[in-house]
Design a protein around this ligand. Structure first.
Ligand SMILES: Nc1ncnc2c1ncn2[C@@H]1O[C@H](COP(=O)(O)OP(=O)(O)OP(=O)(O)O)[C@@H](O)[C@H]1O
Ligand SMILES: [Mg+2]
Length: 237
């Protein structure tokens, strides 16, 4: 059984979105999936309520209210955690998972907040590397506009470096993570597909593949990391 938790002290970075998309991805593969909602706000629970009956089933757990009991036959438990968890609450939460994924919005403020959060997780002893594995993903990244792209092209042809805001922000995030030896496993763009899928209780993997092709492609490095031993602590129950 794999227990994967989405968390970040900062609100609105995509914890619930990544949790529901991950749950629907594993369900699509025929896995037995539990989506545990630790957030009273109930975004994941509401998403599951909207999920059409003809889609692969996902079991919901209102984990902030009910005891977290899952059948032994469960393949994946995806845990959606509220923003703002700190101290003993955070410690108790992270102990429940094997794998922790922190989505970060690519703004300087969000990156600074994520750095503090990861610092708290790692260095204040909230997580022990042998007990859980941690990765970061960038979410809601605006792709370069056509104008930026063409400007970049022109400047490059004149051998003048044109560093876009996003490129610079990534650079800082990557530098910070590599210092802490934390993998940066995906960059997900800002995409309407997440909103379209969310409203219907679906994930991007359930959408028409030509419509969501680019988004699905962006998930591959994270899915690969989740399949690899690097994302699984030793030993796992
Ligand atoms: N890659 C994306 N592209 C477009 N919209 C996105 C993307 N990721 C998330 N969103 C939207 O951003 C909003 C916040 O996302 P979400 O609710 O997943 O964040 P959260 O971290 O769970 O927030 P909270 O801290 O309130 O629980 C939602 O409206 C969601 O649909
Ligand atoms: Mg949420």
């Amino acid at each position: 059984m794999r227990k994967i938790m989405l968390l970040n002290a900062k609100g609105g970075c995509g914890k619930s979105t990544i949790a529901t998309n991950l749950a629907s991805y594993y369900a699509m593969l025929g896995k037995s999936v539990v989506l545990a909602d630790f957030d009273r706000q109930g975004s994941s629970t509401e998403w599951l309520e909207a999920r059409p009956q003809d889609r692969p089933a996902i079991r919901g757990l209102v984990a902030w209210r009910d005891p977290v009991r899952v059948a032994r036959s469960t393949d994946y438990v995806i845990m959606d955690v509220p923003a703002g968890a700190h101290g003993p609450v955070l410690t108790a939460l992270v102990r429940r998972a094997h794998t922790l994924i922190v989505p970060v919005l690519p703004s300087p403020t969000d990156i600074r907040a994520a750095a503090h959060f990861i610092h708290e997780l790692l260095l204040v002893g909230k997580i022990v590397r042998d007990e859980s594995r941690l990765a970061v993903i960038a979410n809601r990244v605006h792709e370069n506009s056509a104008i930026q792209n063409s400007m970049e092209h022109v400047l490059n042809s004149m051998s003048i470096s044109y560093s876009t805001l996003n490129t610079q922000i990534y650079h800082n995030l990557e530098r910070f993570l590599s210092r802490l030896k934390i993998p940066f496993v995906a960059t997900l763009r800002e995409s309407n597909n997440y909103l379209v899928a969310d409203a219907r209780g679906l994930g991007i993997f359930d959408l028409n593949s030509s419509q969501a092709h680019r988004d699905i492609e962006q998930w591959q490095p994270m899915l690969k990391w989740l399949e690899s031993k690097r994302s699984i602590p030793d030993p796992v129950d």
